[in-house]
Design a protein around this ligand. Structure first.
Ligand SMILES: NC(=O)c1ccc[n+]([C@@H]2O[C@H](COP(=O)([O-])OP(=O)(O)OC[C@H]3O[C@@H](n4cnc5c(N)ncnc54)[C@H](O)[C@@H]3O)[C@@H](O)[C@H]2O)c1
Length: 252
């Protein structure tokens, strides 16, 4: 039987990259899926891909930095599908590529709002919805950069480290109520975000990947499979973990 038969999954940042791939895999595993994103065109393309494969999904235009949008995202999901079992809080930004001295107040606040405050806001509304249908599982996207900071990414590293702390606190507070919460720490993975971020590099993506322990960058599917595992019954005794999916970058 598919892992998510009869279940409902919600993915933020589901218009492209890791989020899109995860939304597709939830649907392939039988879930009805909410795709939430600010990118309406690509968000609707994700829905089209799910429907073309015989799945069921809705797009909800959501700015995850807006408390009203996030509340409505969860409410509309429950209204439409009747429950919430799995959530992947994944929308994010690399931030402004500066050090702590050059970072401006506006840049700091924008990155914190999108990478960290949004994850709290999502869980604030998702957890009550999950409790109402007996429990659920959440994955929050952090980054392996939380353990291995890259230069000029101070704000990003701070927010992604914050996501790990927030994940562990939520996991502890709701462990006794059948809500599991884990963090995904992707290493470099081929998505629009990585492609934008490596545009200015003096080497190709292949050369960039060759510098990693497994000799290559990751694919969105390799992240999505771990999210599926962490939000399915297959990981029913796993909570509070920060799971690196990084081709061995954590070994450095
Ligand atoms: N790709 C990598 O190498 C990598 C590595 C580590 C961590 N990550 C993390 O993975 C997550 C997904 O990134 P990706 O690589 O798939 O990139 P991506 O750019 O393909 O996806 C990010 C998605 O978030 C959406 N988004 C941006 N701002 C939003 C907002 N305010 N409200 C709702 N949605 C918004 C974008 O429209 C986009 O669809 C991010 O949190 C990122 O930090 C990525």
């Amino acid at each position: 039987m598919p892992l998510f038969e009869g279940k409902v999954a919600l993915v933020t940042g589901g218009a492209t990259g890791i989020g899109r791939e995860t939304a597709l895999r939830y649907a392939a595993q039988g879930a009805r899926v909410t795709v939430a994103d600010i990118n309406e065109d690509e968000g609707r393309n994700t829905i089209g891909m799910i429907e073309a494969a015989g799945g069921e999904a809705i797009f909800i235009r959501t700015d995850v930095t807006s408390p009203a949008d996030v509340e409505a995202m969860v409410a509309r999901t429950v209204e439409r599908f009747g429950r919430l079992d799995a959530a992947f809080n994944n929308a994010g930004t690399p931030g402004g590529f500066t050090n702590v001295v050059d970072c401006t107040m506006a840049e700091w606040e924008r990155t914190v709002a999108l990478n960290l405050t949004s994850v709290w806001l999502c869980m604030k509304h998702e957890i009550p919805a999950m409790l109402a249908s007996g429990g659920g599982a959440i994955v929050n996207t952090a980054s392996e950069a939380a353990n291995h900071p890259a230069p000029h990414m101070a704000t990003y590293v701070a927010t992604k480290s914050g996501v790990v702390g927030l994940t562990r606190s939520a996991a502890l507070d709701f462990a006794g109520q059948n809500v599991r919460v884990n963090a995904l720490l992707p290493g470099p993975t081929v998505t629009p975000m990585l492609l934008r971020g490596t545009q200015g590099l003096d080497r190709s993506l292949e050369a960039f990947g060759a510098g990693l322990p497994m000799g290559r960058v990751g694919q969105p599917r390799e992240q999505a499979d771990v999210v599926i595992f962490l939000t399915s019954e297959m990981s029913s005794f796993v909570t509070g973990m920060a799971v690196s999916v990084d081709g061995g970058l954590n070994l450095r």
